[in-house]
Design a protein. Structure first.
Length: 293
């Protein structure tokens, strides 16, 4: 019997660029400078406030520390995102990082970025108050997510990894490649390990077990979730309820997810999260579903 691949699940996180008006986009473009970046480039954390917005297919990994055995992945930034909302108005890092090195970005896929220097940030925020509101909201979202991941460190490895994969799926969606729907970010096994504070060897052992059980497919810097219900069960922990990234919850209820730069529905109506009969929300853990059901 012939089978057809399921449509990719849409991103649930509403990116920064798509939430701006045309006037605000033009203002930022005039005040900033566009430049091309390439895989492996480092976007150094500024000494003061600054804004870096990803354009044209660029993905960035946000991390602290550069030594493979001690680096800590903080977050990912997709096309249309601020690379680091925390540094848009202040150079300070999250308190829980303690004495770790400053946060900086590593380019994962080549593309173009828009940089607005700290010298004009106050002009931007003063003349365009909606941008300040968006930045503050994104800062709260990013702090919530990093704290959630940090608090999960006491859980077992499999639970932490399952939570991370669900968060990535719900926030960034999927991309169709070779008949499979891969998680949209180009994540390596080393990235996953550094994100949950584990060794690459132990993460590889868990992934091999899940792959043998038919739960996931693993490729070069890519991963596909084949059985979201099983990953949901693995992500659950009775002593620490799983709560989804707040931006995905609020955006879906307020106007539906947007994917990419300038995406979304014309009337702002919420999009259903179902693909070929697969109701993603129903397969997510309690707390990850809308309304916490």
């Amino acid at each position: 019997m012939m089978t057809f691949p399921l449509p990719p699940r849409r991103a649930g996180q509403l990116n920064f660029w798509s939430r701006l008006s045309d006037v605000e986009r033009r203002a930022l473009t005039r005040m900033g400078a566009e430049r091309h970046v390439f895989t492996g480039d480092t976007l150094t954390a500024p000494g003061g406030p600054a804004m870096t917005i990803l354009l044209d297919g660029c993905w960035v990994r946000l991390q602290a520390g550069s030594v493979p055995t001690s680096r800590c992945v903080i977050d990912m930034a997709a096309p249309g995102d601020l690379v680091n909302a925390l540094h848009a108005t202040t150079p300070e890092s999250p308190q829980w990082l303690g004495q770790m090195a400053d946060i900086f970005g590593v380019v994962l896929t080549k593309g173009k970025i828009l940089e607005i220097s700290g010298a004009v940030i106050q002009i931007v925020l003063g003349d365009l108050p909606n941008i300040l509101n968006l930045v503050e909201q994104l800062q709260n979202d990013q702090l919530h997510f990093t704290r959630q991941m940090h608090a999960s460190n006491r859980l077992d490895l499999g639970t932490r990894l399952a939570r991370l994969l669900l968060n990535v799926l719900y926030r960034f969606g999927e991309r169709p490649v070779g008949g499979r729907n891969l998680l949209a970010p180009p994540l390596s096994q080393a990235d996953l390990a550094a994100w949950i504070g584990a060794s690459e060897t132990s993460v590889g052992r868990v992934l091999r077990g899940w792959r043998a059980a038919g739960l996931i497919h693993v490729g070069y810097s890519s991963l596909a979730i084949l059985d979201p219900r099983a990953i949901r069960d693995l992500a659950n922990s009775p002593d620490m309820p799983f709560t989804r990234f707040p931006a995905t919850r609020d955006r879906r209820q307020a106007g539906g997810p947007l994917s990419g730069i300038g995406g979304g529905t014309a009337d702002g109506a919420a999009r259903p999260r179902a693909a070929a009969g697969l109701d993603l929300d129903a397969y997510l853990p309690p707390g990850l579903r809308p309304g916490g059901r």
